[in-house]
Write a protein that binds this ligand. Structure first.
Ligand SMILES: [Zn+2]
Ligand SMILES: [Zn+2]
Length: 338
C-alpha cells in the first residue's frame, strides 16, 4: 500500500506529500508563526516573567524609596539655602509648585499600582477573537500579559516599576506619572541650581562655614556628608529625569498616534509592507491627535485636556462628584475620570 503510494513519485512530490500530511494532521486555525515563536521561546521567557512578577513589589518599594529620598533631601537643602539667602517669596513659590507636583506624582503612581488595567468579559459584545493562552474570548486590542497571566484590554506593556499592566484603565496613570515626574525633576533642577552652583564654586572654608547659621538644617550644610548628599541628589535627578524623558517622549508618540507598544510593532511592519506597494498604511484606531489624547488621558470624557492637570480621581458616585454636580452641573455629569 505504502509502496504504491510513493511509486513513481519524485523526491519533490514525496516532500510535498509528507509536508501536507503532517500539516493536515496538526493544523489549527489559531496557530501562526508568532504563536510558534512564542512557544519556542517559552522556556526562556517563562522564568523571566516569573522573576518580573516576584520582583514587582520590591521594584515598587524601590521607586518609593528613591523618589522619597530625592524629595526629602531637596526639602532640606532647598529650605536651608533659600532661608539663608532670605529669598522668602521664591521659597513660597517653590513650596506651592513643588507640593502640587508631588501630589500629582504620588497620585498617579498610586493609581498606576492599584488600578485594575481592564480584562475582557465573556459577555462583551465586541469580543472578536480567542486568547490562545487563557482560551477566553477577547475584544480587539486585547493581549495576553505573560507576567500577570491574564488578558488585558488595550494592552500596552507590563510595567515592573508599577507591578501592574499598562492597559485600558492604567495607561493614563502610567503616562501622567512619567509626565509629572519629569516636571518634578525639571523643578528640582531649576530651584536646586543655585544650591548646586554654591556647592561647586564657593570654597567651603572658615568664612563660608561662619556664614551658615547653626540651625538644625545648617548642621547638614556644614557636615562632611553634605557633598555626598548633593552629588546623590544631582545624579538621581539627572538619571531619573533622563529615563522618564525617554518614556514620556516614546509614549507621547504612541498616544498621539493611538497605538500601543504591541500595535506599534505590527503597524510599523504594515507601514513597510504598504510602502513597498506604493500605498500608505493608516492605523484604523487613529482619530486625530486631540481625540487620541482624549481617549487615553480622559477616557473620551468630552472634557478639555486641561483636566489632566487635576490629579485626583473623581468617580461619578463619589461625594466630591455629587458636590461638584450641585456646583458645576456638567462637570460632574461628564466627570467619570479627571
Ligand atoms: Zn489571555
Ligand atoms: Zn501584566
Amino acid at each position: 500500500m505504502v509502496e504504491s503510494l510513493f511509486a513513481g513519485r519524485s523526491p519533490r512530490a514525496w516532500y510535498r506529500l509528507v509536508r501536507y500530511t503532517i500539516i493536515s494532521l496538526v493544523y489549527n486555525v489559531q496557530v501562526d508563526s508568532n504563536y510558534i515563536v512564542d512557544t519556542l521561546l517559552n522556556p526562556v521567557i517563562f522564568p523571566l516573567d516569573n522573576l518580573t512578577a516576584s520582583l514587582g513589589p520590591y521594584l515598587v518599594a524601590l521607586v518609593v524609596v528613591l523618589l522619597s529620598s530625592v524629595i526629602l533631601i531637596s526639602y532640606v537643602l532647598g529650605i536651608e539655602w533659600y532661608l539663608r539667602k532670605e529669598l522668602h517669596k521664591t521659597l513660597a513659590l517653590a513650596f506651592v509648585i513643588g507640593h502640587y507636583l508631588q501630589v500629582c506624582v504620588w497620585t498617579h503612581f498610586y493609581k498606576g499600582v492599584v488600578t485594575d488595567p481592564g480584562h475582557p468579559t465573556v459577555s462583551d459584545p465586541t469580543n472578536a477573537d480567542v486568547c490562545k493562552r487563557c482560551v477566553f474570548p477577547k475584544p480587539p486590542r486585547t493581549h495576553h500579559c505573560s507576567v500577570c497571566k491574564r488578558c488585558v484590554l488595550r494592552m500596552d506593556h507590563h510595567c515592573p516599576w508599577l507591578n501592574n499592566c499598562v492597559g485600558l484603565n492604567t495607561h493614563r496613570h502610567f503616562y501622567l506619572f512619567s509626565f509629572f515626574t519629569l516636571l518634578g525633576c525639571i523643578f528640582i533642577a531649576i530651584f536646586g541650581l543655585p544650591v548646586f552652583f554654591e556647592f561647586l564654586f564657593v570654597s567651603r572654608d572658615e568664612k563660608y562655614f561662619a556664614s551658615v547659621p547653626k540651625t538644625y538644617l545648617g548642621k547638614w550644610v556644614v557636615s562632611e556628608a553634605y557633598g555626598r548628599i548633593v552629588w546623590y541628589t544631582f545624579s538621581m535627578v539627572l538619571s531619573i529625569g533622563l529615563c522618564v524623558f525617554g518614556v514620556f517622549c516614546w509614549h507621547t508618540s504612541l498616544i498621539v498616534a493611538n497605538e500601543t507598544c504591541v500595535e506599534n510593532k505590527q503597524n510599523s511592519y504594515e507601514r513597510k509592507r504598504f510602502s513597498k506597494l506604493n500605498m500608505r498604511y493608516r492605523n484604523p484606531y487613529d482619530r486625530g491627535v486631540l481625540k487620541n489624547l482624549s481617549e487615553v488621558l480622559l477616557h473620551d470624557d468630552q472634557k478639555s485636556l486641561w483636566w489632566i492637570l487635576v490629579p485626583f480621581h473623581l468617580s461619578p458616585d463619589s461625594w466630591l462628584a455629587r458636590m461638584a454636580h450641585k456646583i458645576f452641573g456638567r462637570a460632574a455629569k461628564t466627570g467619570k475620570i479627571v
